[in-house]
Design a protein around this ligand. Structure first.
Ligand SMILES: Cc1cc2nc3c(=O)[nH]c(=O)nc-3n(C[C@H](O)[C@H](O)[C@H](O)COP(=O)(O)O)c2cc1C
Length: 319
């Protein structure tokens, strides 16, 4: 008889945890979320070596943005941050040039973009078509920058226009990242799906504020920011559950994922893949292999061969 640890290894190696989306293929479903790390070739390699399935870049806009002055981020109790970086980025031309110069791309890269009109989204996608990025993520959900992000992402008509424009310009899959600060995230996801989105990323940060009792003032220079990390996980899981019930396209879960258990919770809620953000800040890049190993062990212990057997199981009350 095979020793039990050997059996576990062979079962583990059989488990299929890949994620495929219209030509966008990931070896595993655990991605780095947008805005967490820089976008140099060296960082892409480090994220790949750490075991991530793909990497989402920091959001970019047509023109460079300086972002807000410090302080832009504050840690909160219970595992999390409130940030208002202000979507600082070097602008489309610089980013496109950097992407064109990529010599090595060990994992798929997802370009994240934001703007205030459908034309801007279309222009960014058209420009990035001449770069080796594998996929686009439309950031329609930044909670603390006026006229872009959430101001676009809370209106189903605007969402539809933006997604249609991006899809028209794109030869690669288009993900739409939605906000948890919506009364009905599923409605926005449905509008994105009808307009042609290939998948929904749920969610971005939760609007939040931290006040310093000594100064009596909000800590962040922008006063209001977005809450991320473990503290938002139950909100994000609920959004994924609602959205995955409403749309047929895949949902990518994001918000507070730190451990493999968190990732499995999102899969059970209906996510086909996950993104990890803040946990990279407080736990380092080791989170990627911890999460993928954990998902594989969880599947091996249950004799599951395909990750699809977990996805959305929490919807089935007779399980
Ligand atoms: C410092 C910081 C910067 C971020 N920048 C972006 C960004 O540029 N674009 C975006 O779509 N999301 C951005 N996010 C949101 C994350 O991608 C993610 O949706 C959110 O933090 C929830 O996931 P988490 O709890 O795993 O961090 C940022 C988050 C943080 C903490």
């Amino acid at each position: 008889m095979e020793p039990s640890h050997k059996k576990k290894e062979s079962e583990t190696s059989l488990a299929d945890i890949s994620f495929n989306l219209a030509g966008f293929k990931m070896r595993n479903p655990v991605m780095l979320a947008s805005g967490i790390l820089g976008v140099t070739p060296d960082i892409i390699k480090r994220v790949a070596d750490a075991g991530a399935g793909a990497m989402v870049m920091k959001s970019i806009s047509v023109e460079p943005r300086q972002g807000y002055r410090n302080p832009t981020i504050v840690e909160v109790e219970g595992g999390g941050y409130v940030n208002a970086v202000g979507l600082s980025n070097p602008g489309l031309d610089v980013f496109a040039e950097e992407m064109r110069g990529l010599k090595e791309k060990p994992i798929p890269v997802v370009a994240s973009l934001f703007g205030s009109t459908a034309e801007e989204f279309s222009h960014i996608v058209s420009t990035l078509e001449s770069t080796p990025v594998d996929c686009y993520e439309l950031n329609l959900s930044c909670p603390h920058v006026e006229k872009v992000g959430l101001e676009v992402g809370q209106d189903p008509v605007a969402v539809s226009k933006v997604v249609k424009a991006a899809k028209k310009a794109a030869s690669r899959p288009v993900l739409v990242k939605i906000s948890p600060n919506l009364t009905a995230p599923a409605e926005i996801a449905a509008a994105a799906e009808s307009a042609g989105a290939d998948a929904i990323t749920a969610v971005n940060t939760v609007r939040a504020m931290v006040i310093d009792v000594e100064t009596g003032q909000p800590i962040l220079s922008h006063r209001i920011g977005g809450l991320s990390g473990s503290v938002i996980k139950p909100i994000a899981v609920r959004c994924v559950y609602d959205v995955s019930q409403r749309v047929k396209i895949p949902v990518i879960g994001c918000g507070g994922i730190t451990t493999w258990k968190d990732a499995v919770e999102f899969l059970l809620a209906g996510a086909s893949a996950v993104q990890v953000g803040s946990a990279v800040g407080y736990r380092g890049l080791g989170v990627f292999s911890e999460i993928t190993d954990g998902i594989r062990s969880y599947m091996a212990q249950r004799g599951l061969k395909n990750i699809g057997e977990i996805i959305g199981r929490a919807h089935n009350s007779s399980d």
